[in-house]
Design a protein around this ligand. Sequence first.
Ligand code: GAP
Length: 432
Amino acid sequence: MASDLTLDKIVALCKRRGFVFPSAEIYGGINGVYDFGPLGAQMRNNIKNFWIKSIKSNHDVVLIDGSILGPEKVWTASGHIDNFSDPMVDCQQCKKRYRADEIDINKSCPNCGRKNWTDVRQFHMMFKTQLGALEGHSQNAYLRPETAQAIFINFKNIITSSRVKMPFGIAQIGKAFRNEITPKQFLFRMREFEQMEMEFFCKAEDSEQFFTEWLKERIAFYDSIGVDKNKLRQKEHSKEDLAHYAKMATDIEYNFPFGWKELEGIHHRSDFDLKQHIELSGKDLSVFDEESKQSYVPYVIECSVGLDRLFLTLLFDSYCEDTVEGETRTVLKLNPKISPIKAAILPLTKKQVESAQKIYNELKQNYEVTLDVSGSIGKRYRRQDEIGTPICFTYDFDSDTDNKVTVRDRDTTKQERISIDHISDYLNKILK
Ligand code: GAP
């Protein structure tokens, strides 16, 4: 990360290059909601694939895709109806609203300098809606504030329909919605966001060992995706800080330019959720242990990270500014597997466009590649650096005769010539 990197630089880059746009911008935008452009959508898919691979690599984990709308009973059982609120306070002078746990209300308003606070009130963070059209006949429903509950309410369906055996995990990637009092820091705290969650079901006596194991695995995931180790730390929750469902929790924090903040939460949820759903639904969600010939309600270890928050982390972590041939360049040193574009094919002049196009047409069958024909070669390199494209292949004056292209590496800017027949092998190597 560049030492003087600010959030504004990342926001500007995201907009300029089509990673992220403010949602409904032509109508003035909507606070805490963003749209992802072509590069952003591609990069998100790459992160999701990386996460799925990592979460399944050492344990049996199955994927599901649950619904976003849930009936009130689900959220009563999960405890969200009673507990999912943040304390809020308003400045009566300038009308600015704050989370009461983020400012000191014994002091003046940081915005207007006066001290004229409302009482602290609880603000419920779930989005409520009604199913059905007829008044009086409609049923309350909520947009899910976490994806996890779809896993718990489908637990029986999954164990009876799949060949899963305890201990095992159920993972899910999907949208979650929270009516945050103060959405802020771009993708860090949003009202509509995406979570990547995995609930690992095990016996109570093994749960603390799995908690430690998963925490270690998740740290290793960030290493494998290329996040700077020195910018990560673990923070154990004190009893007072624990969420209503958690018995133990450790956050994996990242050192953002706006401070150390939670990136991922590892929670020991005990048998809280399954027991709550057993009680409210009246259904048996226990499993039968062949060894002891007894039924039991499994304990759960949860790994939960926001896709958008990880996306933002990777942008911060990979952003660099350096000087190449006397010119400052911006470069995203992303892990090639995460880069939205894997390679750019650059014909040196108009005369090479047709041949370069042929290479591009072939490569695009298997890789995310781009053909960039406009501007000087230096300008085109900079354009690709700025979006994190790891490799550029330049088709030049000699390519017709020696059947080779010049390969230019994003991070070192070193160049070498390789045979056109070896381009795929070259790409496979860097994407391994
Ligand atoms: N199922 C557990 C759960 O939802 P959480 O700590 O509230 O726990 C998990 O959220 C992760 O989801 C966080 O670590 C963060 O990465 C992401 N997240 C939470 N609220 C968010 C928001 N408003 N905007 C973006 N990401 C958010």
